[in-house]
Design a binder for this molecule. Structure first.
Ligand code: SF4
Length: 325
């Protein structure tokens, strides 16, 4: 897949540069903010479910938004640019989804608690054995701590996580009738469950819109000048004011997908990024297209994803089970 990406990038770089300058000119001149729902048709990014989408918009030039910043960007222009990033990411990652394997709200809640300070891949490789042994809150509440710790050891911080899992399972059993509650105010009362975990569960198990401010979301929201806050709750509020509520859950998935695959923390793959024309931080990472392409991860780099059981539309390979590689 990586080779296809490169070849496509070379072919389209000219066209993308033309499009880039068009995008910049178009941004701040109308007096009415577009809605995320109404303006999708105006983008020309080809829809595809493969890594080709990213490559199809790789420009060889500079981050246009950054270069257009001789004068400060207005709030209206920022909102328009942010919404356009969301629309274009929707075309790059039409299959964006939570990257934790789960079959019910309880499994998603447990997996999200386990995902602190580790990768979703490691959680997904650990939870099959965990849920085989403790399939319900009642089973997990009654677990022998040392046995539970041993099962979740691969995810790190296993003693604290075991305490949280037994505590939240006990609360589910004793206070919520053995069911995961579908309200933020209830979820955050559970041991080990903060707003981020609660929004993951609400958004993906209950269909309640929520913004998941994890490390990737924080980094990208700041790179894109959607916010200059450091506090996740303030970032959540400021980004929430930019986008319609109906977009919040999928926006979170798209941003996190982009952070994991292309816009990495230490070395963003700017030269292989499909949204350079909208990014004020272009150039923070590798701008050479060939070198940048080698930095792509998961399906964008032609590698397996994080889920052992990805959704049917996921274009990459499933992750391998624990110990198989
Ligand atoms: S990789 Fe990140 S920093 Fe670089 S252009 Fe893309 S979004 Fe901007």
């Amino acid at each position: 897949m990586g080779e296809q990406v490169s070849a496509t990038a070379a072919k389209v770089s000219k066209a993308t540069n033309r499009k880039k300058s068009k995008a910049v000119k178009a941004s701040p001149k109308t007096s009415k903010e577009p809605t995320a729902e109404t303006s999708t048709a105006k983008t020309s990014t080809p829809k595809t479910s493969s890594g080709k989408a990213a490559a199809a918009k790789v420009p060889a030039g500079k981050g246009a938004a950054a270069k257009a910043s001789a004068k400060p960007e207005s709030r209206l222009a920022m909102v328009r640019r942010a919404r356009r990033i969301n629309r274009e990411l929707a075309e790059v990652y039409p299959y964006a989804h939570p990257e934790l394997d789960f079959r019910n709200p309880f499994e998603l809640l447990v997996a999200t608690v386990l995902s602190a300070q580790t990768t979703d891949l490691r959680v997904n490789q650990t939870t099959p054995a965990l849920f085989a042994k403790y399939p319900t809150p009642e089973d997990m509440a009654a677990a022998v701590p040392e046995e539970l710790e041993e099962v979740i050891r691969p995810t790190g911080f296993f003693r604290a996580k075991a305490r949280s899992l037994i505590g939240l399972s006990t609360a589910l059993r004793d206070t919520f009738g053995g069911e995961v509650p579908g309200r933020l105010e209830d979820l955050v009362t559970l041991p080990g469950v903060g707003r981020k975990t609660a929004f993951v569960v609400l958004g993906n198990a209950f269909g309640v819109p929520g913004i998941t401010v994890d490390t990737h979301f924080m980094r990208l929201a700041r790179r894109w000048k959607w916010t200059d806050q450091d506090d996740p709750v303030k970032i959540e509020a400021e980004v929430g004011a930019i986008f319609p509520k109906s977009e919040w859950t999928m926006l979170s998935h798209r941003v996190i997908f982009h952070g994991r695959r292309i816009c990495h923390s230490r070395k963003p793959a700017c030269g292989a990024c499909p949204i350079t024309h909208l990014c004020p931080a272009y150039g923070e990472g590798e701008t050479d297209p060939e070198k940048a392409r080698k930095l792509l991860k998961y399906e964008k780099g032609g590698y397996p994803g994080q889920r052992l059981n990805p959704p049917p539309d996921y274009p990459g390979k499933p992750a391998p089970p624990l110990g198989s590689v």
